[in-house]
Every structure is written in C-alpha cells, then in structure tokens.
Design a protein around this ligand. Structure first.
Ligand SMILES: *Cc1c(COP(=O)(O)O)cnc(C)c1O
Length: 456
C-alpha cells in the first residue's frame, strides 16, 4: 500500500514562530506550569485541542462570504438545518454558540438535585453542566476502556450491565437521560460500536429514558465502525452515521470538532415538547431560534463542514495520522493508549513517569516537559482535570493519568507529526529528570483551565 497523503492542497499558510528551550523554560515558569496560560504564539506545534482549530476549506470560506446575517429566518439557518437533518435525521435543530451552550440548555431543563445522568464517559464540560444543575453524572465505561495500553476495537463502549444496575438501583424516574459520547473523548477518543449504541438504545427504550448522543466526533466514530465492526466495511460513512443517530432521541454537538468550524454547536432532537422548552431558554441565553449565538456565516461553515467531514479520503487520512504517531511511539517503547483513537494520541503518564506519585500530577509534569523540550502544547487528562478532594482534603485521583496530544483537523503535515514523535521519544529517554508539581491556586469547577502550579 502506498503512503496515505494529506487529501488537500495548501492555499494559505500561517507562520510558526520559533523559540529556544531557554525561552520556553521561562515562559512556562511565568505561566505557572499551566500551558493554558501561554500565548499561542509561543507554541510551536499546538496539540492542546482539536476544538475550533480545524483548517476550513475554500468551500467553507466561500460559504462564509454568502452567510446571510438576518436576525430571523436567515437562509443560512435553513441551509444549516437541512445539513444537520440530512446527516443526522433529527427533525428539530437548535443552533448554539458551542457544544457546552447546548449542554447548559439541556441540563438546566432536565437536571437538578436528585437526578442522575449516565454516560460511557461524560466530557468535562458535560459533567460540569450536569453538576452545576445540582444533578450527578455517572460514568459506566466498559472494562476494556479502563486499561489504556491493552488494545480492543471499541474501548469507548458503555458497560450495559452497569447501566442496567444503576437504573435498577436508582430508578428510571430519577434518570432524565443517558448520554453516549462518540468517540469517547475523555476516555481516549476511543470509538463506540454500533452494537453498543443499539444495546444502550434498547435499554433506554425499555425504561423510557431519553437517549442522546454527544456527537462531537460522529464521523470519526462512524469511520472506526466501518474499519473495525463486522458488517460495516461496505457501508458508506453517511449510511453508518444515519444508522447511529436512528437509535437516539437526539444529540448535542460541538461544531468545533467534526464540522470543521471554528465556532458553533447545536442541539438536535425528536421531542417537540423538549424542543419548546430548549428554545425558550435559548432565546434568553443564546439568541433567536434561527441563529442561536452564531453569525449567519458560521451557520454556513457548519452546514458545509458537516458534509465534508464524511469524505472517506479525509477520514482515512485523519484516522491514519493518529495511528501513525501512535505506532511511532509504541515502537520506541512509549506507553500510549492502544489502539489509536479518533482525534488524539494519549500517553499513559502514570507509566511514563513512574517516579512521580499521582499527588504530584505526573500528567501535568509531562505536559510541561513536552513544552519545554520541543514547544509542543498538550493537555493533561488526569487528576488535574478530574481529581477531587475527600473531606480531609486528600486528593481522590482520576482513574487514569493521561496526556492528550489532540491533532487539529487538516492543519499539520506528516513532518510536523514526525517532529512531535522525535520530541516525545527524546523526553522519554530522559524521563527520570522530570519533576512533579503541586497546585498553588485553583477554582472549584474546571480547575485545569486556570490552575497555577509550581515545581515540587
Ligand atoms: C468539545 C466537547 C464538548 C463541548 O463542546 P464545546 O464546543 O467545546 O463547548 C462536549 N463533548 C465533547 C465530547 C467534546 O469533545
């Protein structure tokens, strides 16, 4: 098989600014060892997130110029609405300014004290919005998903028995919704199988619990189903996506992921009553129902991006580039999540930095080392992001200590990825010299965004 090439040509480029290791050491110190606090110009290769960082196509840019900025009834809205309907099949589409705005609306309406939302793994903003409403989020991830370095095809699956157990113990009446995250972002970008989606849907129907999909990476998940699940090799990605959504009552979506947009999101659903309540809240928080916090031009970019993302040459290149980096690291003995997920490479920091205890945030220590060594920005998905404290103030660590290298869509080429591999391998060879960190300032929710740390 020949090299899988980037399925695009580059029309416009952005200059990367170079820094020295000495400069980066100071920059990181000034940012209190939290790369969220660094100016993006001081980053060489930015793998902080794949959210809102996609390169838009010339077709999307052309669509932006045609965006209609009417307050009500913009043709751009109808274009957007049609595109979502074509791809997902939900009859009701409500635009929001990003994914978490959709979550905020949904969980404000359905959440509240005494309620439980069940998921494979809730993404951090999803969990935060659920908890902010007073409700609780419960993750029922399958056993394979909990072992980062043991490969399995669908490590994002929900543990259906665990789901049934929670329903039995708490009662369906206090469970307003089950949410399946595809691919499972916080669980390593691992896909969910069609069979699992079908089973979860059946359990929800039996118990009359609405079933939503957190659809941010629906195309990447669909392509993984095509590659890995029996019976799907000959189905097209649009067919697979349509089948996936056919089992659900609705979805939340961040268009900053698989719609190649720099901003945007939406809620889509079948239930008219729920939609009415969502739209009421939308109007006081996001805006009128035909723009929901977005400009007409953004709606155009999403409408076009949602279709583009299902191109199988693109998805082949996309999934392959994650696998390419993962394989290079495996060959060098770096402990990474296996198999490769849809949008990111995840390093197992607990394994990588065995000498740093979880109380000293090995994931964040590795994030800092990758920045200092090579100007690469990544993000910790471990106890800095998900850790809690017990009543005695002792850290309750996250299940895993991961470092995520999220690959922006259509942004970096193979040589950028080769450089990233070289830096990680270099850091791995001198891992003993990396020091742990302690938190010196933090907020109660989503602390990883703003926390200040210092070297132990
Ligand atoms: C990004 C993301 C969200 C939130 O979307 P935003 O547009 O960042 O607000 C929700 N769920 C998952 C799985 C995500 O990846």
């Amino acid at each position: 098989m020949k090299t899988i090439i980037e399925p695009f040509k580059i029309k416009s480029v952005e200059q990367i600014l170079f820094t020295t290791k000495k400069q980066r050491t100071q920059i990181l110190k000034d940012a209190d060892y939290n790369p969220f606090r660094i100016t993006a110009e001081d980053v060489l290769i930015d793998l902080l997130t794949d959210s809102g960082t996609s390169a838009m196509s010339s077709r999307q840019w052309a669509g932006m110029m045609q965006g209609d900025e009417s307050y009500a009834g913009s043709p751009s809205f109808f274009h957007f609405e049609q595109s979502v309907k074509d791809v997902m099949g939900f009859p009701i589409v409500i635009p929001t300014h990003q994914g978490r705005a959709a979550e905020k609306i949904l969980f404000t309406i359905l959440g509240g004290k005494g309620k439980y939302f069940i998921s494979n793994t809730l993404f951090d903003t999803t969990r935060a919005n659920i908890e902010f409403s007073g409700a609780e989020g419960i993750d029922c991830l399958c056993e394979e998903g909990k072992h980062p370095t043991i490969p399995a095809p669908f490590k994002g699956n929900m543990d259906v028995d665990a789901l049934k157990k929670v329903i039995r113990e708490e009662g369906a009446s206090v469970i307003p919704m089950v949410i399946l995250t595809v691919t499972n972002n916080s669980g390593g970008g691992q896909p969910v199988s069609m069979q699992n989606i079908r089973e979860v849907s059946t359990v929800c129907k039996e118990n009359k619990i609405p079933f939503f999909i957190d659809a941010c990476r629906f195309a990447e998940n669909s392509y993984c189903i095509k590659l890995r699940e029996e019976g799907y090799a000959h189905k097209s990605v649009p067919e697979i996506a349509a089948e996936m959504f056919s089992y659900a009552d609705g979805c939340t979506m961040s268009a900053k992921k698989d719609a190649f947009a720099n901003i945007g999101g939406f809620l889509a659903m079948r239930d008219l009553d729920l939609a009415l309540r969502c739209r009421n809240l939308l109007i006081i928080t996001e805006g009128f129902t035909t723009y929901g916090g977005l400009a007409g031009r953004d709606l155009e970019a999403i409408a076009i991006g949602l279709k583009e993302v299902m191109d199988e040459h693109y998805l082949q290149y996309r999934i392959r580039s994650i696998e390419y980096l993962t394989n290079k690291l495996i060959e060098a003995g770096v402990p990474v999540m296996q198999p490769a997920g849809g949008h990111a490479v995840y390093i197992d920091a607990k394994e990588f930095l065995k000498h740093i205890p979880v109380e000293q945030y090995p994931g964040q220590a590795l994030v800092c080392a990758l920045y200092t060594e090579g100007g690469i920005r990544s993000v910790e998905i471990g106890s800095l992001m998900f850790g809690k404290y017990d009543n005695g103030g002792k850290l309750i660590p996250s299940q895993m200590e991961l470092v995520r290298l999220a690959i922006p869509r259509r942004v970096y080429t193979q040589s950028h990825i080769d450089y990233v591999a070289e830096v990680i391998i270099e850091v791995f060879e001198k891992r003993e010299s990396i020091k742990g960190l302690k938190i010196i300032e933090e907020t109660p929710l989503l602390r990883h965004f703003t926390a200040k740390l210092s070297l132990v």
